[in-house]
Write a new protein. Structure first.
Length: 303
C-alpha cells in the first residue's frame, strides 16, 4: 500500500491560531490523517499523510482560508507508514530562527523556479548556501554548496555574523528541504542589508519532483522529518535509518558497527554519550519494544 504525503507551508498573518487549530483538528481526525501540523501567528507548516481523497479535502479547506489560496504543495509517497500519529500544535514560530521581528510575509524575495536552479548555481559568482542542519547535509546536498555547520536553524544568525557579513554585495542562493527555512533565512539576510539574495522555490523536494535524475545537481538523498528518514531522487523511500539517540541518519554500514545498538547508540554518538545517558536510552527503547508487542504507541497522542 502506498501512503500519499504532502508537505507545505505559508507565511501569512493568523490572528487566532487556536481557532484555526480546532477547525483543522476536526478535519484531520475525521479524515484519518497523520503527520505534523504547526500553526503560529506567522503562518502554517505541515507534512501530513493520508489517502488522496483526504489530502485533497485538506487542500480544499486551506484554499478557502484567507491568505492560503496560493500554497505550493510538495507531493511524494511512501511504501510504509510515514507518521505514527497526528500532532497539531500552536507554536511561537512555524520554523524557529529565534528572531521574531523577521516577517517573511512582508519581504519581497527572489524565488528561483526548480527548472532554472541549475543555471543559477552554475554561475561561479554565486555563493550557494545549504540552510539545513549538518546531519541533514551529511547524506545529500547540491554540488558546491557551503555547509554552515549548524546544529539547528537558530544557529543560522550566528553563521551569518561570523561568515557572511563581509559578503553583503555578493549574489547568494539558498535552499532547504521544502523552502521554509531558506524563506526565513532570505528575509533575515535582506533585513541585515544583503543586496542580492535568491532562494530555491519549493526547496529540494520540489526540485527533485521537477528535475530528472540525469540533469539533477543534487547528490545523495534528502533528509525528511518523518519515518522515511530520507528520500531518493525519485522521491521514494531512501536507504537511511535514524539513530534515535542522537538523531543522525545512519547507513547499513553504521548499523553493522559494534557501536550500534538500536535506540541507544551508533558510531556517530557512541563516544559522545555517557553511561548514564545510554542507560536512559536503553530504558526508553525497552518501553518502545514492549509497547510494540502490545500493539500500542509508546508515545501518547499529542493532538
Amino acid at each position: 500500500m502506498l501512503h500519499s504525503v504532502i508537505s507545505f507551508y505559508k507565511f501569512v498573518k493568523i490572528n487566532n491560531p487556536k481557532k484555526l487549530r480546532k477547525s483543522l483538528l476536526d478535519l484531520l481526525l475525521n479524515e484519518d490523517v497523520v503527520g505534523t501540523f504547526l500553526i503560529a501567528k506567522e503562518g502554517i507548516n505541515a507534512t501530513v499523510s493520508g489517502s488522496d481523497i483526504s489530502l485533497k479535502k485538506i487542500m480544499k479547506f486551506l484554499d478557502k482560508q484567507k491568505g492560503f489560496n496560493d500554497i505550493e504543495y510538495k507531493h511524494s509517497c511512501s511504501i510504509k507508514r510515514v507518521f505514527k500519529r497526528l500532532k497539531i500544535k500552536v507554536k511561537d514560530e512555524i520554523v524557529a530562527l529565534g528572531k521574531k521581528e523577521i516577517d517573511p510575509s512582508k519581504t519581497t524575495r527572489n524565488y528561483i523556479e526548480p527548472r532554472n536552479w541549475n543555471k543559477l548555481i552554475a554561475d561561479p559568482d554565486v555563493l550557494l548556501i545549504d540552510t539545513r542542519n549538518t546531519y541533514e547535509i551529511k547524506i545529500g546536498t547540491f554540488l558546491g554548496a557551503e555547509n554552515p555547520n549548524i546544529k539547528n536553524f537558530r544557529d543560522f544568525p550566528n553563521f551569518v555574523k561570523k561568515k557572511l557579513n563581509s559578503k553583503k554585495n555578493q549574489k547568494i542562493a539558498m535552499f532547504c528541504t521544502g523552502g521554509i527555512r531558506c524563506e526565513k533565512a532570505s528575509s533575515y539576510l535582506l533585513e541585515k542589508g544583503f543586496k542580492d539574495v535568491y532562494q530555491l522555490k519549493g526547496g529540494i523536494l520540489k526540485y527533485l519532483e521537477q528535475n530528472t535524475k540525469k540533469n539533477s545537481r543534487f547528490k545523495g538523498e534528502c533528509f525528511v522529518f518523518d519515518e522515511r528518514v530520507s528520500v531518493n531522487k525519485k522521491l521514494k523511500n531512501g536507504k537511511y535509518q535514524q539513530c534515535y539517540a542522537c538523531r543522525m541518519p545512519i547507513s547499513k554500514d553504521d548499523i553493522s558497527s559494534i557501536h550500534y545498538k538500536k535506540g541507544i547508540s551508533c558510531p556517530h554518538c557512541f563516544s559522545k554519550t555517557s553511561k548514564r545517558q545510554k542507560n536512559r536510552f536503553a530504558e526508553r527503547q525497552n518501553q518502545i519494544n514492549l509497547s510494540f508487542l502490545k500493539n500500542i504507541d509508546h508515545f501518547s497522542s499529542q493532538t
